[in-house]
Design a protein around this ligand. Structure first.
Ligand SMILES: Cc1ncc(COP(=O)(O)O)c(C=O)c1O
Length: 383
């Protein structure tokens, strides 16, 4: 068997099944609208929850950063890629979120992989919520530690796992808001269980930062929980990309020594760090945007109650409609597209078997009329 035969066989196995993945190049999106060569769609699949990807002051900050520093960082932060603006952004994030240190990573995926790979040793264990993001679960699987999964959002299940002996250290892992379900982790109970056994808690708040808590400080702040490791990402409410790890002084120094995703990867462009600093300012002052988003969530949930689908119990911007069957979910997504509404179908293995869903995301940029069009399209989709 040669390379080409293997690849061809594996493609044939998948082609024609509902697991076949494809991408479609579009012409641009502003969070609310998606422009394609077939026309314009109302976009209900964006994570740009506050519409900041189009914010004029953030765009101006990026432009000004590019003029001053050029468009790339020129290397890893350990070589020449760590500038005064990266340092300022780290300090700004640490102060805002109440930590001693923040370390920038190129993406949330890299941050999760880098931190788990650096921290975990043989004899250690990771106890992760079973619906944790792929970047967390894969990092745990590749680490020398044991991986155990507790039942989704169930502190009792975590307690049972914690009660079992472990020769090494334990890291409990969860998301603040779950990316595919939109529900919030019971952070206070999880933190209490974790602390009582001397374990550490790591929370990936990709979908909560910027949205929840005072000044958008995220799910942990909102619940008065300070995990030992907090991951925030900039590809969602911040409207940009990248991530940061928040931790104490000693852990930051440790990660600078051992986190290979930090050491062996080109750092984010300085211009992006300048833009992110402006995004932090906008998020701090973003109560009006957050209020608009909350109004949209409330309005959607009130009206979506009548739809012939299971609406998940989510109070966040992520409002999944559970369809179950893969083929039906794909057909629904296509039917919505015929009506110029863009909602991506999310299928196993990204979500558990038989829970294919339309993952609707609402943003502060949507109007009430946009949501009415979505609801009408759902009603008219023939389901
Ligand atoms: C919960 C969660 N963590 C991490 C990531 C990865 O972040 P990034 O897109 O910055 O790589 C995502 C992105 O989809 C996510 O939803």
């Amino acid at each position: 068997m040669n390379w080409s035969d293997t690849i061809s066989r594996r493609l044939t196995e998948r082609r024609g099944t509902s697991l076949w993945r494809s991408r479609q190049a579009h012409l641009g999106s502003d969070g609310r609208l998606l422009h394609t060569s077939d026309g314009q769609y109302l976009n209900f699949s964006s994570n740009d929850y506050l519409g900041l990807s189009q914010h004029p002051q953030i765009i101006a900050a990026w432009q000004q950063g590019a003029e001053q520093y050029g468009v790339g960082s020129g290397g890893s932060g350990h070589v020449t890629g760590y500038t005064a603006v990266h340092h300022t952004l780290e300090q700004q994030l640490a102060e805002w979120l109440g930590y001693s240190r923040a370390l920038l990573f190129i993406s949330g995926y890299a941050a999760n992989q880098g931190v788990i790979a650096a921290l975990m040793e043989k004899d250690d264990r990771i106890i992760a919520d079973r619906l944790s993001h792929a970047s967390l679960i894969e990092a745990a699987m590749h680490s020398p530690a044991q991986l155990r999964r507790f039942l989704h959002n169930d502190p009792n299940s975590l307690k049972q796992h914690l009660a079992k002996d472990c020769a090494g250290k334990t890291l409990v892992v969860t998301e603040g808001i779950f990316s595919m379900d939109g529900d919030c982790a019971p952070l206070a109970s999880l933190a209490q269980q974790t602390k009582s056994t001397g374990s550490w808690l790591m929370v990936d708040d990709a979908h909560g930062i910027g949205i929840h808590g005072e000044q958008g400080r995220g799910s942990c702040w909102a619940k008065n929980v300070k995990p030992e490791i907090l991951i925030v990402t900039f590809g969602k409410a911040f409207g940009l990309s990248g991530a940061a790890v928040l931790c104490d002084e000693q852990t930051a120094e440790y990660l600078i020594q051992y986190a290979r995703h930090l050491i062996y990867s080109t750092s984010m462009p300085p211009a992006q760090a300048v833009a992110l600093s402006e995004a932090v300012r906008q998020i701090k002052e973003g109560d009006e945007l957050r209020q608009r988003l909350q109004n949209n969530i409330r309005y959607f949930r009130r009206e979506a109650y009548h739809l012939p689908f299971t609406l998940m119990d989510s109070e966040t911007a992520i409002q999944p409609l559970i369809i179950g069957d893969n083929e039906r979910c794909i057909a629904l997504s296509h039917a919505l597209r015929q009506q110029k509404v863009w909602v991506k179908s999310i299928l196993p293995p990204t979500v558990p078997l038989e829970s294919a869903r339309l993952r609707i995301t609402l943003t502060a940029s949507h109007t009430q009329q946009d949501i009415e069009i979505l609801l009408e399209a759902l009603h008219g989709s023939g389901c």
